[in-house]
Design a protein around this ligand. Structure first.
Ligand code: HEC
Ligand code: HEC
Ligand code: HEC
Ligand code: HEC
Ligand code: HEC
Length: 182
């Protein structure tokens, strides 16, 4: 009996210790758990941020209107695209098949299945609003999107990545576990 209790206690301590080491490791970027960095899915229509946000200089918030006020920075509905593409149909003097695809989707009410690029696991709470309110630029977390033809996940979004920024004194952001976990 006594031997079993001792073995149980040792095992319990071992597991607790192991968990603490694990938490230390992920919090300090010793182990990076962030599976999605550089993920760059092909989109159903080759929409280019380099063209629209770079060359044409459109503001990010022209399309991602809810970043300031909500958890999600919504992807725009097609009528936002049609502000221009009701008339813009050509690229370099030639009809663009991709704009034709966009117009077809709009006219026939077929949603475009944009592939999600940035993805956090369900157990993590993230919200755009407090970051934008604190003056963080989109590029800090998403990189130079205005130079990307195709968007990719720029940062690891590992726990260490988030916590390191929260810890910087000028940010005054909370670091207790319940800030980011349910
Ligand atoms: C003309 C509209 C438009 C503008 C302007 C625009 N975007 Fe986008 N954005 C989109 C569309 C449409 C998608 C979905 C397709 C894709 O991923 O390319 C998207 C996707 C994204 C994604 C990936 C979303 C995901 O699935 O994780 C990020 C990040 C992003 N945009 C950031 C920005 C930033 C930063 C700017 C400003 C530099 C910007 N966007 C300007 C329309 C726009
Ligand atoms: C502090 C880091 C950070 C900043 C600043 C930030 N984002 Fe994000 N963004 C993220 C993360 C993390 C995700 C993935 C969220 C998820 O999966 O729940 C994301 C997701 C997105 C998405 C996909 C839709 C969604 O909300 O899940 C779009 C679009 C986007 N961001 C656009 C923007 C734009 C535009 C700005 C600037 C106005 C911006 N982001 C600023 C970290 C950030
Ligand atoms: C402010 C006006 C404006 C908005 C809004 C806009 N576009 Fe464009 N888009 C243009 C212009 C101008 C061109 C052609 C650029 C050129 O001649 O190189 C273009 C080109 C394109 C092309 C053609 C690329 C090619 O090489 O054939 C696609 C696809 C496209 N846009 C998709 C979209 C989508 C999707 C949206 C909405 C998320 C959108 N655009 C919103 C102005 C706009
Ligand atoms: C570039 C620095 C930076 C990065 C990167 C960052 N944050 Fe933040 N975060 C902040 C700042 C600044 C605040 C706002 C603090 C305040 O003023 O209350 C904040 C606030 C938050 C809040 C709201 C806290 C509250 O209760 O008020 C959550 C949740 C959050 N961040 C989660 C995340 C997650 C998850 C990630 C990683 C995907 C992340 N953050 C990455 C700087 C950052
Ligand atoms: C600023 C936000 C933030 C804070 C604070 C935070 N975490 Fe996390 N945590 C994350 C993110 C983001 C991930 C997901 C990384 C991934 O899987 O891509 C994560 C993942 C985890 C995981 C799972 C690793 C996995 O397999 O995905 C555990 C366990 C965890 N955190 C524990 C904690 C504990 C314990 C604390 C308090 C000491 C804490 N976290 C504080 C953001 C945070």
């Amino acid at each position: 009996m006594a031997a079993k209790k001792i073995i149980g206690a040792v095992l319990g301590l071992g597991i607790t210790f192991g968990f603490c080491v694990f938490v230390y490791a992920i919090t300090n970027n010793k182990v990076v758990i962030g599976y999605n960095q550089n993920y760059e899915p092909t989109q159903p229509i080759p929409y280019s941020h380099a063209l629209h946000a770079g060359k044409l200089g459109l503001n990010c918030k022209y399309c991602h209107t809810t970043a300031e006020i909500s958890r999600h920075a919504s992807v725009p509905p097609l009528n936002v695209c049609m502000n221009c593409h009701l008339t813009v149909r050509q690229v370099n003097g030639k009809d663009s098949p991709y704009i034709a695809q966009l117009v077809d989707a709009y006219m026939n009410d077929k949603p475009v299945q944009w592939q999600k690029v940035n993805l956090l696991p369900d157990h993590v709470k993230f919200n755009h609003a407090p970051h934008i309110k604190a003056g963080k630029q989109c590029q800090e977390c998403h990189g130079p999107v205005e130079t990307m033809d195709r968007v990719k996940q720029y940062q690891s979004f590992s726990m260490g990545y988030c916590v390191n920024c929260h810890r910087r004194p000028e940010n005054n952001a909370p670091t207790n576990c319940s800030t980011c976990h349910y």
